[in-house]
Design a protein around this ligand. Structure first.
Ligand SMILES: *Cc1c(COP(=O)(O)O)cnc(C)c1O
Length: 482
């Protein structure tokens, strides 16, 4: 006899929504608790060997219970974060994230919109956020833009548009495999390493990235820039683009953007600004003059996940010439042709402005945060971080055993203890490993520097006092044990 079995079709939705809902509410409560008590925990702690072992476990082929998996998360994963949400994390340049943006990110994941374009709310929100960001940085409303995964990706997009415009031939069809003069890109010795990655990926090559010397303030020497351009022209090369930096990663220096804009104008070169964090100084009412000229670039890249305190990932590229922006990336395969009506009316609006086709709804956390907090508060927080850097500088200058290693024009403070590089490095390691604070380090003038970069809305002045006390305590202990 033929037996018809009821077909059991599969899905990732829960059998029991009530159970998952209860678990979800617990996760949310726990995460609020985690954020509320972040100050009470060490900034960072190393992952113990037993945990590392369990995180190397084999592929789970069979299901396990969601609640048990969540318990595992709480035991193995949650206690060992980077630490950048902590008030005393000032390493590299990492933002803190925020509770409101966390919620918005959850909503965006739930909607799971595909933001290549399409006729949908997420595309309208991204357009609106891009207009807001252009306005905040002083760019016209006709400016084109795109949210990206990172500052690196945003900078790459800016430089790609520059290359395609300046090459003088159809780079998209012919690449750079032609006989034209080699394209040359100019930055300073302080330009972030994204630039090397970008010229390598764009086929320009790192030999064609000129690293112009900087002055005592770590700003690009403009005479040297002019000389380098002239020398390259005299040698038959093709100066393409100057990268100005607003807020260098080492010391927070900002190049003379107005002067570079003038040079690019005179030389008919593309002006790109890497304003990864420094561009946002334009929002800060007390310190906005630092970002003077930020509005003059042909393209600018900056991060929302640094000095706008958004959760990762969120970068942004703005391109003044919208047509040039599109011309660098737009293409239309038949399976993505726009239809007159329906969801596919503008299917590739954002895919035509960058590298990714499938894109998540990054704009929602920015939209939510700007609405809930208002753009003024972000400006005040940036002011507060700059003031905290000035306060830390004063504390360092008043300690005879500490030495400031670079000017502090923005939110980055580089200093060292009066002892060897090895002792200074050990101080950094002990600060990190004790969980007291996380500074990072760099080399300034060939000497080891303890580096503090403040893009943290949770830091308070007392945190910097505690930090100096800890630096001196570790230094004292190291001196004694010598
Ligand atoms: C962080 C940073 C970048 C790179 O941005 P990501 O978002 O980390 O890719 C580029 N330039 C400067 C000055 C930076 O600080």
């Amino acid at each position: 006899m033929y037996i018809h079995h009821a077909m059991q079709e599969l899905t990732l939705d829960p059998d029991n929504w009530t159970d998952l809902r209860t678990l979800g509410h617990r996760m949310l409560d726990d995460m609020f608790e985690f954020l509320e008590t972040v100050r009470e925990r060490p900034v960072w702690q190393s992952v113990p060997a037993s945990v590392r072992e369990r995180l190397a476990a084999p592929l789970p082929v069979a299901p396990s219970c969601a609640a048990a998996t969540y318990d595992e998360f709480k035991e193995l994963i949650l206690p060992y974060p980077t630490g950048n949400i902590h008030p005393r994390f000032w390493g590299w340049v990492m933002g803190t994230g925020s509770p409101v943006a966390m919620l918005a990110d959850m909503l965006a994941s739930g909607m799971n919109s595909h933001v290549a374009g399409y006729d949908q709310s997420a595309s309208l929100v991204e357009d609106q956020v891009l207009r807001w960001l252009a306005e905040l940085l002083g760019y016209p409303s006709t400016t084109s833009g795109i949210l990206t995964s990172s500052g690196t990706a945003a900078n790459l997009i800016g430089l790609a548009v520059a290359r395609n415009i300046a090459a003088g031939h159809d780079v998209r069809a012919r690449g750079l495999q032609h006989d034209g003069a080699p394209l040359i890109v100019y930055g300073s010795t302080e330009t972030h390493s994204w630039a090397q990655k970008a010229v390598e990926l764009l086929g320009i090559g790192s030999d064609s990235l000129r690293k112009v010397a900087v002055d005592a303030n770590f700003e690009m020497r403009l005479d040297d820039l002019r000389d380098a351009i002239a020398a390259d022209r005299a040698n038959g090369l093709h100066p393409l683009c100057v990268i100005g930096t607003a807020g260098t990663v080492n010391t927070g220096a900002t190049d003379d953007l107005r002067a570079i804009a003038k040079i690019c104008d005179d030389e008919r070169m593309w002006f790109h600004i890497d304003g990864a964090f420094g561009a946002l100084a334009r929002l800060a009412p007390k310190h906005r003059a630092i970002a003077d000229g930020i509005e003059l670039a042909d393209s600018i890249a900056f991060d929302l996940h640094k000095w706008m305190y958004m959760p990762f990932e969120a970068g942004c590229a703005l391109i003044r010439d919208a047509a040039a922006h599109r011309a660098a990336f737009a293409l239309t395969p038949s399976y993505l042709t726009a239809l007159e009506r329906g969801i596919a009316a503008k299917p590739l609006e954002f895919a035509a402005r960058g590298i990714d086709l499938s894109r998540n709804f990054k704009a929602l956390k920015i939209w939510f945060s700007l609405k809930v907090h208002g753009s003024d508060l972000f400006g005040q927080l940036i002011d507060q971080n700059i003031d905290q850097a000035a306060y830390l500088r004063e504390r360092i200058e008043s300690e005879p055993s500490l030495e400031l290693m670079a000017p502090v024009p923005l939110n980055v403070v580089c200093f060292r203890y009066h002892a060897s590089d090895a002792i200074n490095q050990e101080i950094v390691l002990r600060l990190q490993e004790s969980g007291a604070a996380v500074p990072s380090s760099t080399m300034i003038g060939g000497r080891f520097a303890i580096r503090v970069a403040i893009t943290n809305h949770r830091s308070r002045r007392s945190d910097f006092d505690f930090f100096i006390d800890e630096v001196l305590r570790h230094a004292g202990e190291l001196e004694e044990s010598r």
